[in-house]
Design a protein around this ligand. Structure first.
Ligand code: ADP
Ligand code: MG
Length: 244
């Protein structure tokens, strides 16, 4: 007998509406979604279908009106601000279309920033050496070993996104949430970023949720989930896991 596996991320009946003036926009109308440990899932849907809203809720950047979000079976919606910040600094890594690097910091400092936040300035003195090694190893792996002290403005789009991915992973999160990570990149640079994500999934078992409006990008994942009319469209079936 095998126990049913608890999903790494479990979303149940998630609802979110935005009010502006006297109109209410119901963006998510009861979304159910699961991500298994080690899985790579794409969430697709038209512009405005609520993909970013859903990803931001899973990343604890915003609060839903109702519904549940679980990580390893444990409710993470509605937790205290300090617990939420802790989860965002340990369990969840996020990557965005516009990179969101800090312009005054170089690549290495950008990657180290979440660890500095985690440890605080005094403890940092004790841990900085292994942490710098960890950050450097990630940047090396992403081909940026020669760009450690470049500021974001001195980097190409693809390089900035790889720095952003390194920053998301330096905390060793359980899950990587990526919102249109190739949206600002040309096709071949975007393909390289997707190669990197696939490699992290296949080689390291990193669990990934990738939001995209681009069907060709979405196909790189093991499974595609479609958002439409505020819900997961059940007519869209899982794609088989690709070989290799
Ligand atoms: P997608 O990422 O699929 O393009 P979003 O999740 O960004 O869609 O947005 C879904 C809908 O919610 C859009 O119509 C958008 O205009 C609206 N929306 C998103 N964020 C807000 C907000 N903070 N306030 C009001 N409306 C919002
Ligand atoms: Mg979006």
């Amino acid at each position: 007998m095998t126990e049913p596996r608890v999903p790494l991320v479990g979303v149940r009946d998630l609802r979110k509406r935005y009010r502006s003036g006297d109109t209410t926009l119901e963006v998510l109308r009861g979304v159910d979604f699961e991500l298994a440990q080690g899985e790579f899932v794409s969430i697709v849907g038209q512009s405005g279908s609520g993909k970013s809203t859903l990803l931001h809720l899973m990343g604890l950047l915003d609060a839903a009106d109702s519904g549940e979000i679980r990580l390893d079976g444990v409710r993470v919606d509605g937790v205290s601000a300090s617990r939420r910040d802790r989860l965002r600094n340990t369990a969840i890594g996020m990557v965005f279309q516009a990179y969101h690097l800090l312009p005054e910091l170089d690549a290495l400092e950008n990657v180290l920033a979440p660890l500095l936040v985690r440890h605080g300035i005094f403890e940092w003195m004790k841990v900085r050496r292994p942490m710098r090694d960890r950050a450097r190893a990630l940047l090396d792996r992403f081909g940026l070993g020669g760009r450690l002290h470049h500021k974001p403005r001195q980097l190409s789009g693809g390089e900035m996104q790889r720095v952003a991915i390194a920053r998301a992973l330096v905390t060793r999160p359980r899950v990587l949430l990526a919102d249109e990570p190739t949206g600002n990149l040309d096709e071949s640079t975007g393909a390289e970023i997707l190669d990197t994500l696939c490699e992290l999934n296949r080689a390291d078992g990193l669990s990934i949720v990738l939001v995209t409006h681009d069907a060709a990008v979405a196909k790189r994942a093991d499974r595609i989930v479609r958002l439409a009319a505020g819900r997961v469209d059940d007519a869209c079936h899982a794609s088989p896991r690709k070989a290799g």
